[in-house]
Design a protein around this ligand. Structure first.
Ligand code: COA
Ligand code: MG
Length: 292
């Protein structure tokens, strides 16, 4: 299932967990990592497990958990605590390569067996650009695990790891290094045949900027985006849902190819196979969103 919006919810916040119950996010990502203070980790694990148990069968959102990085001793403790709640998936931060996904896959298989959770049911989305080493391993994800269902990227932790004081240039645009992270994540996800998911917009009060960023991401090929505030969810869902105009145009493209020709003209423009492929993709996505 395509996740258009994934809303981060700090795992130790009673108010935010309560608020997330009314969210229309396609997925909630209950956070055990950076949104939780170090001395609150254990409380957060307990709260996240309780939330999963209480909402698993009645939440309209998928329920995901961001655990701590596998390079820290917290990661296995996070997993041991929360797999019993049968989350839909794990968001894995600060990976260094696909090997981390394979390791997590093995941990999940063992814990699913222990907890009586269906084998292979917990999916994985890595945050694939948060370490410099990961940037050189983005080609390693294809086929690494059947659990891999998407890939996303981040510019903040990468900048911190690089030692950059900012990841923006003077006009506020991402520096080349972080644009590269975005592009490579997109290509890596498509090459691995999983969903490319755009990173957060931290400026959560600026709905117009979010709309614009989401539309740019969708045109680039991303099929979803991460949210950090409930107000961002509708904007993101909207941007990643084909509009009636998109669907009408896709239908016209498909009609134009009905004769079986390989190249056709529509509205004074040449269309060939890539356009037909894109039109089919739009209709498939629109139909799958309608049937939810
Ligand atoms: N999930 C669920 N509910 C949230 C939320 C979130 N991510 N962010 C805010 N809310 C709730 C607030 O609790 C508040 O509801 P309440 O009045 O019932 O308590 C309501 O939405 C409005 O929140 P607002 O006052 O506008 O924001 P804030 O100042 O409380 O919080 C942030 C701002 C950025 C701290 C908060 O949005 C947040 O914690 N986001 C997630 C951060 C995160 O997980 N980061 C890690 C990934 S980068
Ligand atoms: Mg982070």
């Amino acid at each position: 299932m395509i996740l258009r919006s994934l809303l981060f919810v700090p795992g130790d916040s009673e108010r935010k967990l309560a608020k997330s119950e009314s969210s229309c996010a396609d997925a909630l990502v209950l956070d055990l990592e950076d949104a939780v203070a170090a001395d609150r980790t254990e409380v957060a694990r307990t709260m996240v497990l309780e939330y999963l148990r209480a909402h698993r069968d009645r939440s309209s959102s998928q329920l995901w958990v961001r655990i701590n990085p596998l390079s820290t001793p917290k990661a296995t403790l996070d997993l041991a605590a929360i797999v019993a709640g049968a989350p839909d998936g794990i968001l894995l931060p600060k990976v260094t390569s696909a090997d981390d996904v394979v390791t997590l896959d093995h941990f999940l298989s063992a814990l699913e067996a222990r907890e009586g959770v269906a084998q292979g049911s917990i999916a994985i989305i890595p945050v694939a650009t948060e370490t410099p080493a990961a940037m050189f391993a983005l080609g390693s994800f294809a086929g690494c695990s059947p659990r891999l269902s998407g890939m996303t990227w981040g510019a903040e932790d990468l900048a911190a790891a690089v030692g950059a004081t900012t990841n923006r240039d003077a006009s506020g645009n991402l520096e080349f290094t972080y644009q590269l992270a975005r592009s490579l994540c997109l290509l890596a996800a498509v090459a691995a045949e999983v969903q490319p998911i755009d990173t957060v917009s931290v400026n959560f009060k600026d709905a117009a900027a979010l709309k614009q960023e989401s539309e740019i991401a969708r045109r680039a090929g991303f099929t979803g985006k991460i949210a950090i505030h409930p107000d961002q969810v509708d904007v993101i869902n909207d941007a990643f849902t084909p509009s009636p105009e998109d669907v009408a145009y896709a239908n016209r493209v498909i009609e134009a190819f009905a004769s079986g020709a390989g190249t056709v003209a529509l509205d004074g423009k040449m269309l060939d196979m890539p356009h037909l492929k894109q039109a089919r993709r739009t209709l498939t996505l629109a139909a799958s969103l309608r049937s939810r």
